[in-house]
Design a protein around this ligand. Structure first.
Ligand code: SF4
Length: 226
């Protein structure tokens, strides 16, 4: 199947299965989204939400995060793992927000990625979820699925993002990312993709190859029986 035909199949199929996909992280403003996204590295959204429910009551501004002693912040975010690096990232990032942006989270990719420790993935999450600005989030789920689908052969997340840009209509970037993240958590998991029940299978290189292998095995078995 050619790429445009794949996309014509994939987008409506995702809409039917994940009509209201959105971030599972809890937040009330862009700063909370930024902090929650930093905490979500190598951690489940559920655990991050448990931690931020308490964290965001205590620390409400960039200045609060910039001025809290490192050890105190480490204890507060400990359950999310990698707490030492995450606490440093949050503090450094919030210090820069105060220095350069009056404590506010900026709304552009350039300004966000100029903050310490903020890459394109985090910036796209913040832009899309906190500001409604189109951004393609390429996390481990998205990267894996678009490779299996055959939408790109790129492996580097930034290269994948740029390869997807011309394929997916810009107004769908945020929804598409969340739909694939949900798909990766439910059907197209890393270890055991559920291809036989996947609505994307007709447009998926991996899924159709698996079906052919399965069909060949059945044929061989029938021949042996015959
Ligand atoms: S067909 Fe299989 S590999 Fe392809 S998207 Fe669906 S679950 Fe993933």
């Amino acid at each position: 199947m050619k790429l445009p035909d794949k996309i014509k199949h994939i987008l409506p199929a995702l809409d039917r299965r994940y009509p209201s996909a959105h971030t599972a992280l809890s937040f009330r403003n862009p700063l909370e989204m930024l902090v929650a996204t930093i905490l979500s590295a190598q951690c489940t959204d559920k655990k991050v939400n448990e931690v931020t429910q308490i964290l965001f009551k205590k620390y409400r501004s960039a200045r609060d995060f910039a001025e809290v002693p490192l050890e105190e912040l480490e204890v507060a975010i400990h359950p999310t793992g990698f707490f030492h690096n995450k606490a440093k990232s949050i503090k450094n990032c919030c210090s820069e927000l105060i220095k350069r942006h009056q404590g506010q989270v900026p709304r552009t990719m350039e300004e966000l990625t100029a903050l310490p420790g903020i890459g394109r993935k985090t910036a796209n999450v913040v832009l899309g979820s906190a500001f409604g600005i189109p951004g393609l989030v390429v996390d481990t789920h998205v990267g894996r699925i678009v490779q299996r689908l055959g939408l790109t052969k790129e492996k580097d997340p930034v290269k994948i993002e740029f390869a997807l840009m011309p394929l997916i209509p810009q107004e769908r970037w945020v929804l598409f990312s969340h739909q694939l993240i949900d798909h990766g958590r439910t059907l197209c998991t890393a270890r055991s993709p559920q291809c036989p029940v996947c609505p994307l299978r007709p447009a998926c290189d991996y899924g159709t190859a698996q079906a052919e292998i399965g069909g060949q095995r059945t044929e061989d078995r029938d021949q042996r029986k015959g």
